[in-house]
Design a protein around this ligand. Structure first.
Ligand code: FE2
Ligand code: FE2
Length: 179
């Protein structure tokens, strides 16, 4: 697997991990609302910064743009569908944000589950598509796109914030991954 595709697949695994931790958070009936609000705010930050700005940003700005330049109608159909999923994911995150603003935890949980279902299907779809296009992309093309990914990541997240996100995920794992 080429570098650029591998990077996106690794990020899919991180997003998947957070979605399963979120399932456990949503089933936490013990914590006070103020504690839940804190975790839900952190989750929403992760979705906005990592899943959307960083990950969807890499896909849309670099990989999808390259694939669109191939002018293959079959690829274009898939790209349209994937971009629609990203738009829908943004709408759910905006609704999660609105729910947090008015501290409506039930509405947050409802939108968060819709977002989770959408993203799980989206990631499955992309993993299958990426496995196909991986074989069509020259190593050099993947290398160039990967260096664009690195610059993009530095630009939208930066090292410090990346570390903070990892710390946050590790902390959720310690709290919510207990059997
Ligand atoms: Fe995507
Ligand atoms: Fe993706």
């Amino acid at each position: 697997m080429g570098k650029a595709i591998q990077d996106l697949r690794d990020e899919h695994a991180s997003i998947h991990h957070v979605l399963s931790l979120m399932d456990r958070m949503l089933m936490d009936y013990m914590s006070q609302p103020s504690v839940k609000l804190r975790y839900y705010n952190e989750l929403t930050t992760f979705y906005k910064v990592f899943a959307d700005a960083c990950h969807h940003g890499k896909e849309e700005r670099y990989l999808f743009r390259y694939l669109a330049s191939l002018k293959d109608p079959k690829i274009d159909v898939v790209l349209d569908e994937l971009k629609d999923d990203h738009m829908q994911a943004r709408r759910w995150v905006a609704r999660m944000d609105d729910a947090l603003f008015v501290e409506d935890l039930n509405e947050f949980a409802r939108c968060a589950r819709e977002y989770r279902d959408l993203l799980i299907l989206h990631i499955e779809k992309e993993d299958r598509f990426f496995a196909l296009i991986d074989g069509m992309m020259e190593d050099e093309v993947q290398r160039v796109i990967f260096s664009e990914f690195e610059l993009h990541e530095e630009d939208v997240i930066g090292y410090g914030v990346h570390e903070e996100l990892h710390k946050m995920i590790d902390q959720w794992g310690e709290i919510f991954n207990r059997e």
